[in-house]
Write a protein that binds this ligand. Sequence first.
Ligand code: NAD
Length: 490
Amino acid sequence: MTKIAHYINGEMVEPVSHRYLDNLDPATGEAYSLVPDGDERDVERAVEAAEKAFPAWSRTPAAQRSAVLLRIADLIEANLERLARAECVDTGKPLRLARSLDIPRAASNFRFFATAILHFHSESHATDHRAINYTLRRPRGIAGLISPWNLPLYLLTWKIAPALATGNTAVAKPSEITPMTAFLLSEICREASLPPGVLNIVHGQGANVGAAITRHPKIGTISFTGGTKTGAEIARSAAPLFKKVALELGGKNPNIIFADARLEEVLPTSLRSSFDNQGQICLSGSRIFVEESAYEGFVERFVSEASRLKVGDPLEPDTDQGALISRAQFDKVMQYISLAREEGGTIRCGGVPADAVSVGERCKGGFFVQPTVITDLKVESRVNREEIFGPVVTITPFKDEEEVVAYANGTDYGLAASLWTENLPRAHRLAERIASGTIWINCWMLRDLRVPFGGMKSSGVGREGGEEALRFFTEPKNVCIQFPPDAPKG
Ligand code: NAD
C-alpha cells in the first residue's frame, strides 16, 4: 500500500509521530493508501524550512522563479494521465473529468502565475509638484495554504502558484481525504529543481495540521478554501495575530432561467452545473429558479435528462457521475434528501443510492447517490438555504424579476449565480442586484484566470485570481520622496 510522505525542505519525510491514517477510494469504500497523520511538530519543521528558504527565494529574479514554475507546469502536463488517474481514485470523480478539468487546470495555474509575475507592476502617485509616491510590493514571507477535497490539485495549485511566483515560501496542507495528487506534486517539484523549503506540504487532519498552520506566529498569510464553519474557526484563530487572510467558502448558488432563454443551451449546462463532480463544486447551481411560464416544460425535460445520467465506476469512460467523497458526505446527502421529504418536497428523480448493478461489482461498497431533482419546496426551506454539496438540486418557479432577486439573495451565501435570458438590459439589472462574487450570464464555469474570484456574505472574504492574488501575496509599502525645495517647478 502506498505510504504518502510529507514534503519538507525538499525531502520526502515521515511524520514525526510515525502515525498514518487510512486513505479510502470512495468508489470502493476501501483503504488503498496511507496518509501521514501529521501534527504541529511536522508543521514546525516545515516552517523552519520555509523560513530558511525565504531570503534566497524572495530575492531570486522573477524570470528564474517563473522558469521553475513553468517546469512544474510542463511536468504536470507530462504526467497528466498518472495524475488524472490518481485524482479519480482518490476522489471518486470520473476519470474523464480529472483528465479534462482538474489536472489541465493545475498546469494552467502554474503557467498563468509563472507568466503573470513577469508583467506584475505597481503604482506611483505624483503629489502635485512636491513629491512622488511609489508602491513597493514585496513578498510577505511564509504563506499557509489550506485546501479542500473536491478539486484537490486544482485548488491547491491555485494557491501555491501565486504564493511562490510572488517570492513567498509556503507551508501547504491538502485535505487529509484527498492527499494523493499533492504527494505526486511533491515529486514533480523535486524533479523541477524547486529549491528546498520553498514549498512544503504537510499532510494530516484539519484540527491538527490545519490549526497548527493558522495559529503559527511565523505564518503571516493564510489562504484557505473549504467550508464556512472551518473558515469561521480560522478567522477566529488568525485575527488576534493580525494575519492577512483570504477565505473561499461554501455556496448555495442560484441558476436562474427566464422563459426567453435558449433551452437547448440551458439544459446541458444546467445538468453540468447540477451534477458535475457529483454536485461537489462550490460553484454548483444547486437552486434552479425557472420563470413560471417555462417551469413545467423545463422540469419535465430536466428530470428526464438527469435520470439518464450514468452513475458508475469512475474509471469507466462512459461514467457521468462517480462516487461521493466519503461515507460522511454520503450520509449527509441522504439526510438532506429525507429532510426535503419532511419539508414537503417532491423527489422527481433519484433520492436513493445508486444500485449495485449500475455501479458494478468493483464499486459495490462505494458512496454513490443517484442524481436527485426536488420540486415543491418553499424557498425558505432548509434544503433550499443550506449547502448540501452533493448531486441534489431543487427547482422552484418564479413570477418576475423582483421575486427571483429576493429568492437568489435568500441564503447566507453569495458565491456564484447563473442567469439565462436573451434580454440584455434585464441581465445587467440582475447582475447588479444579486449578491454574489461571480455572475455568469448564459453560461456556467466559464473561467478566466485573470478575473477576481471569491464570495460575498458567508461565501468568504477576499478574492483570488489574476492581480488580486498577486496583490494578496505581496505587502504594499508606500515610499514617498519629496522633491528638493530648489527643484525647478514644471
Ligand atoms: P473543510 O472546511 O472541512 O476542510 C477544508 C480544509 O481545511 C481541509 O484541508 C481540512 O483538513 C482543513 N481544516 C479543517 N479544520 C480545520 C481547522 N480547524 N483549521 C485549519 N484547517 C482545517 O472543507 P471540505 O469539506 O474539505 O470542503 C468542502 C467545502 O469547501 C464546501 O463547503 C465547499 O463549498 C467549499 N469550497 C469552496 C470553494 C471556493 O472557492 N469558495 C471551492 C471549493 C470548495
